[in-house]
Design a protein around this ligand. Structure first.
Ligand SMILES: Cc1ncc(COP(=O)(O)O)c(C=O)c1O
Length: 456
């Protein structure tokens, strides 16, 4: 076999294994078996002196790795907030990987830089954001929050005559940062990474759904950043961003929206009321690997003031074409080198169109309501208002909940996570996968209710 044939066979094998895995994910148990988990230990070995053939490396991955994965592509995986990757995006991902483009500069990667620019503009339109907003394709909402807040830091300090990029924060005047008491922990981490501290932000009280109470915002005097949330990871609730903007924007505050999955509600005519007023904010973070169902890792930061984002992120180097007439992707991201993850976003949006995105969002929301209705009918307490795709259910006291959730996970028909919501242990159902059908919801409910009724 010559090198070309060997290389082709290798890629064909990987594609065959991947296709077989995805086809099987509809029927296989969602969680890996005990045997599969034990077999993973075979990977744990000293660094080999001698290499293994490429074909054997890929065969080993499939033989030992595939069975030990949690089937996150399953239509009955409801853990965390996890999409299932649309087939067209897996295909675009494979092709983009084959291209192996480093999307630093437009001049050297014109195709992917163009596709990312198009995807950016489509999302800006879909979410109704200011048309001249800038965007950064990053690894996920964590880094999208970080990137947005780096732009906020740049602008807020520039407004008071402090060049934070040049001089840092050591002797800088203080900035007030407000967050909701149910802000996502990655937002707090981002504040820490940016030098604002994980504990210095002022927490604004929230209601029972986790929504910030706009009437309890402290009076602002001086530079400020206000971090809001579109889609709480437990309840799916939205902060009243319009009211918050009305209260703090006249004081010059920067308003950020963490919309890791909730921002996609803006793409559905039936759900966009949840995002009312969000367009008045200054920055928005979202994920494509959640509700747009593209492969990991894919998040996006949008910033109204593109110059602030560029000042925070761009570098100057003689060997780079940093003074290009084109939009250089790396002017907007924390990374210099990176994969062209925006191509998968483009492929999803091109394949679904505006109507397809809305239908996917609406389908998840109606499946979430179906879960909530049957659990409620069966006598179990649904703890949240099911406004989006998240359902919180309690089967009894904390110990009962943990026991039942553990059994549900082990049963393998579906997979749901455990959480603690405002002091109460509960099961979290997140409906995010493009392929989840009503039949999948009913099959999962049958399994959940059988276990819960037996063990409650
Ligand atoms: C509201 C919110 N923000 C941020 C994140 C972090 O997203 P990622 O894990 O993609 O970085 C999540 C994840 O679930 C989230 O729900």
């Amino acid at each position: 076999m010559n090198d070309k044939t060997r290389s082709r066979r290798l890629l064909e094998d990987a594609a065959r294994f991947g296709i077989r895995y995805r086809e099987a994910s509809v029927d296989r148990a969602v969680a890996p078996s005990k045997k599969a988990l034990a077999d993973v230990q075979q990977f744990v070995e000293p660094m080999p002196d001698v290499g293994t053939s490429d074909g054997d490396v890929i065969a080993l991955l499939d033989e030992i790795g595939s069975p030990a994965t949690m089937t996150m592509t399953s239509p009955r995986y409801f853990g965390f907030v996890i999409g299932g990757s649309l087939p067209v995006t897996v295909a675009s991902n494979w092709l983009t990987t084959a291209w192996d483009q480093n999307v630093v500069m437009h001049e050297i990667t014109p195709a992917v830089a163009t596709l990312e620019r198009v995807a950016m503009n489509w999302m800006i339109e879909l979410f109704g954001l200011p048309s001249d907003s800038a965007a950064a394709f990053v690894t996920g909402a964590t880094v999208a929050n970080f990137t947005s807040l780096a732009a906020a830091r740049n602008r807020i300090y520039a407004d008071i005559g402090w060049d934070v990029e040049a001089d840092g924060l050591l002797d800088a005047p203080p900035v007030t940062v407000l967050i909701g008491a149910e802000a996502h922990p990655t937002l707090i981490k981002s504040l820490g990474l940016l030098g604002f501290g994980r504990k210095r932000a002022i927490e604004v009280p929230v209601d029972r759904q986790g929504r910030m109470d706009a009437s309890k915002l402290p009076a602002l005097d001086g530079p400020a950043i206000v971090c809001t949330q579109a889609g709480n990871l437990n309840t799916g609730a939205f902060d009243p961003v319009a009211d918050i903007c009305d209260a703090v924007k006249p004081k010059g505050a920067w308003v950020h929206v963490d919309g890791a999955f909730g921002l996609w509600a803006a793409a559905s005519p039936d759900r966009q009321h949840l995002c009312a007023g969000m367009q008045s904010a200054d920055s928005w973070a979202t994920d494509a690997h959640k509700w747009l169902n593209v492969p990991y890792d894919s998040g996006i930061a949008f910033v109204r003031d593109g110059a602030a984002l560029k000042s925070a992120m761009s570098i100057t180097a003689d060997y780079l074409m940093t003074h290009s007439e084109f939009r250089n992707p790396s002017d907007y991201t924390p990374e210099l080198s990176r994969r062209a993850r925006g191509v998968d976003v483009w492929a999803a949006l091109k394949s679904l169109g505006r109507q397809g995105v809305a239908a996917m969002i609406d389908r998840s929301c109606s499946n979430a309501r179906r879960f909530a209705a049957r659990l409620h009918e069966a006598g179990f307490e649904v703890l949240n208002d099911v406004v989006l795709n998240q359902v919180l259910v309690s089967f009894g006291d904390d110990a009962t909940n943990r026991r039942i959730i553990d059994e549900i996970q082990k049963d393998g028909t579906c997979w749901c996570g455990v959480t603690v919501w405002q002091g109460r242990t509960a099961m979290r159902i997140s409906v995010c996968n493009w392929s989840t059908t009503v039949a999948d919801v009913d099959k999962s409910l049958d399994a959940i209710l059988a276990i819960a009724q037996r063990s409650a």
